[in-house]
Structure formats: C-alpha cells, structure tokens
Design a protein. Structure first.
Length: 262
C-alpha cells in the first residue's frame, strides 16, 4: 500500500519515498546550490535514487552510499556540506546512530539530518543527543524536507555573513566567536553542535530578553516541535555544567520561553 504526499508516493507500511513527479516539483531553495555537496546514506536502492534525484533537481551535488563502511571511508577523505542518514542500514539496525557519533568526532559543525522511517520518540531523542541537527521521518512532504535542508544551509551562511559587530560577543564569563563557531565559558571551550551553537548565540546575544519557542526556532532557523526544543536545551545545559557545575544562566520562563541571565 502507498499514499501520495504532495507529488511523492510514500509507502504506508514503511513510510518511505517510492516515486515522485519531477515536473511538479518547485524550486524551494533560492540561489545557486551547485557548490553544495550532500551525502545521502540509504540502503534501499529505489528510495536512495529517488531522494538523490529530488535533491539534484534543486541543483545540489549528491553522493549516495548504501552502507556505513563505504560512507565512513569517504568521509575520512573529506566531508560534504550536509549528511542525510538513515538509521538501519542492511543488517545493522543502529548503523546510522554509530555514523552520527563518528561524524561528530570528525566535525562539530557538519549539518546532519536523520531521514528515517523510525518514528518513535526514543529514536528521535537518541539521534538528537548524538548530535544530529534534525530528525525527520520519511513520510514528510518533500517540500518540507527541502525547506529544512535549506534552513540548515541558511544558518551556516548566516554565521559566515554575520556583521562584524556580532562576530565576537562577550558577556561576563561567556564568549562567542562566530568566525570560529566557538563558545567559551570561563575560558574553557564548550563543545557544541551547529544547532546548539546557534541556539546559544540567539539566546545569549541579548541577555535578559525572554524568547518563546517560536522566536527561538525562527532566529536559529530550525523547524522542530516543542519537545525537540526542550531536548536541545537540556543538552546545552548539560554541556555547560560539565565545565561549571554551578552554571545556571539559561532560565526557563514557564509558559513564556527561555532567557539568558548574564
């Protein structure tokens, strides 16, 4: 059985992309994407080619792999601009999780998106805790998928193009350097992913200012539900507390959002 999502046919049983109509796909991403290299790791040949073809229609350069071994071998020679990962690859039900962990050792800022049929909250939270920037199930509308990929690239571009006045910010014990994607607390580097860096930057840029979840997502260019924002905040707090057990600068304003107390 399959169900049609926009111009894409998606399996009701597995939640995976089966086919789509090229003619009706609109360009979601503005600008020239020819220099953007996306790696897709997916073990089902038909699904892999359909996603790769859809991405190429948006002028991305796409390289696809069917297993962890080949993909990691390529990653060690050079990293792409973004990685799309399935979780289960062949007989290895956790291969995608392992790859995400290894990729984060290679780069803290490489955008990583899980694209999988597994839709449990446990899997989503596990993926985000391992350092993924987004977790998407395969029943997503293709236009939404392309928009979320574009959002990750906008965040990378915004960091590169940020005004000079915003490139290095210091508030008491906090220092943020946009050029280096670096955040230090009391002189010690806090190892953050790209999403975590952007959330802290958005929150701490104006200390004391309360930002609700919608504002935080908008400024950080992420499109996730409330529980995912909560998971991100928990991980960020944990990383600061590993450096400073007394860290309490991120305050939850119940019913309102979050604020950074300098």
């Amino acid at each position: 059985m399959w169900q049609k999502y926009g111009n894409f046919n998606v399996s009701q049983q597995s939640g995976t992309l089966l086919s789509y109509s090229r003619e009706n796909i609109t360009t979601v991403i503005a600008g020239n994407n020819m220099s953007r290299h996306i790696v897709l790791v997916e073990d089902e040949p038909g699904i892999r080619e359909n996603y790769a073809d859809a991405l190429r229609q948006q002028n991305y350069e796409v390289t696809s792999y069917e297993n962890k071994f080949d993909a990691m071998l390529a990653f060690k020679s050079g990293l792409p601009d973004l990685v799309l990962l399935d979780i289960g690859l062949g007989d290895d039900a956790e291969a995608g999780f392992d790859m995400c962990r290894e990729l984060r050792h290679l780069s803290l800022t490489l955008p990583i998106i899980f694209l999988t049929a597994r839709d449990s909250d446990i899997d989503a939270i596990s993926g985000l805790r391992l350092g993924a920037d987004d977790y998407i199930t395969k029943d997503i509308n293709i236009h939404q998928l392309l928009a979320r990929i574009a959002a990750l690239f906008r965040r990378v571009d915004a960091i590169k193009e940020s005004g000079k006045d915003d490139r290095r910010i210091k508030h008491n014990d906090l220092m943020m350097d946009v050029d280096c994607l670096l955040i230090e607390w009391k002189g010690q580097r806090i190892e953050l992913t790209l999403t975590e860096f952007w959330i802290v930057h958005s929150l701490a840029r104006i200390p004391g200012h309360v930002k609700n979840r919608e504002q935080l997502m908008s400024e950080a260019n992420i499109f996730v539900d409330d529980s995912t924002v909560t998971s991100h905040m928990k991980r960020i707090r944990k990383k600061f507390k590993e450096t400073d057990k007394e860290f309490d600068c991120i305050e939850t304003m119940y019913g309102m959002g979050y604020r950074w107390n300098a």
